[in-house]
Design a protein around this ligand. Sequence first.
Ligand code: NI
Length: 498
Amino acid sequence: MGFLAGCAVVPGATAAPLATTVAHMSVSAARGGPEADSLPSFLVPDLEAVLQTNEHSRIFARHFEVPSTPEITRAQEELVHEQIEAFKTANVTDVAPGQHQVAELNLHSQLTAVSTDVIGIRVSTYESALAGGSTRYLTQWFDRRGSAVRGSRGLFGSHDDWAQFKEYVLQAATTDPRVFGGGLPDLDDSWLDSVNFDFQGNARVEFDDHQVGANPEEPIVVEVAAQHVAGLLSDFGILASAASTAPSPRVQLGMLQEAGTSSPLAGYSAQPSATVSEKDQENNRNPPGQSPRRAVDCTIAKCVALTFDDGPGPKTGKLLDTLKDGDALSTFFVTGPNAKLRPEILARMAAEGHEIGNHSWNHRSLTSMSSAQIRSEIDRTNAVITAAVDQPASLLRPPYGSHNSISDRLTSTPVILWDVDTLDWKHRDTEKVIDTAVSQTSPGSIVLMHDIRSSTVAAVPRILSGLRTKGYTFVTVSELMGSVNLEAGESYSHGPRP
Ligand code: NI
């Protein structure tokens, strides 16, 4: 790359168009993080998001399964399994119930490219220990023609093409002020394990935190311009680039951007969810078409608030059927990505009178984040909720119930915890969920469950009948708290005890 050395960035200079462009692209790479260019999941019709969680060990992993392309499911499962096992080995994860460890593992998969030939999935893994946290990135490329999983190297042609690409990356990284002073001596192939293409076909290399530079709030992403990358790609790389710039089924770029901020449910008329904490309202809470529901005074009646976290998931629709049959209202604390995947379920929750709360975007512990990150976690999720039901969440449940004075100050809604923990994420046993919910509930209880677990959804009919026999009414959290003057940033773990 001697011919690049010392080239000044002079627009129009005849000898140095290459260096100019590469350097320019690296500067523009500062905008947005790797998440900025992820594609909506509905582009892969049979894609399913799967959660693996451990509330006590603070493990939260969201990966993809695609039944029509089994090698994706297999590769994603393998990767998540490896990461979780490595985390468990490096940290003491055997903590007593009710205790939390400080370390945290938070993994998310995102679509970066879709066509009939290629699917690209980026996996972002945040891991923290006592000393602090960092995020690493890996992109898996799936060749749907031959059922193969490829790494970054498979995107490029000959050995020389790959070497040339690395030279471009090195050159661009060296001009990035965030990269370690003095530039980089060389690039290890393993550092280039997350290469993607943006909508213009520019290649984006996403570096792990602390890998090539001191880490500011945003990850370091280096871009190499499309015109330089094009000649270096393998046949598969050309398909991968096309699947990124023009994802199929052919969707206009404008539609993709719109899909991120508004509900794709044109014509679906969602009723706004019940207004919160209005003690004085009478029978105006009922969506049209439903029988009038009397306002409940939980200082007199035996009330319980069933709450469901981490969804919506594949079984949430079934759960809504059960709640409707049992004339029961509940509260759903949703995460941003799952709400974005199923906006029609949120609309149904609101239309049927349930309450929707915010459970953050990434499900990371808020206490290990900067103020800007906490705000982003809450605001991004609220934007998705608002797009689906025309109003933001009325409540916040912080992931792991973990909050402190800093996160409380940044919260514009009440913080809702619980007094009955079914531990359903742990045992995944329908009988145990029923037994705990029915035997431990007392008047005013807030019960913690997870609607992403089918064992929990299966338990709800008998939880309803069991508690109804004991005289309970099933209310939303705001109904339960009707007599309490709820304050933003204050935390509550149960309602008034009659
Ligand atoms: Ni949760």
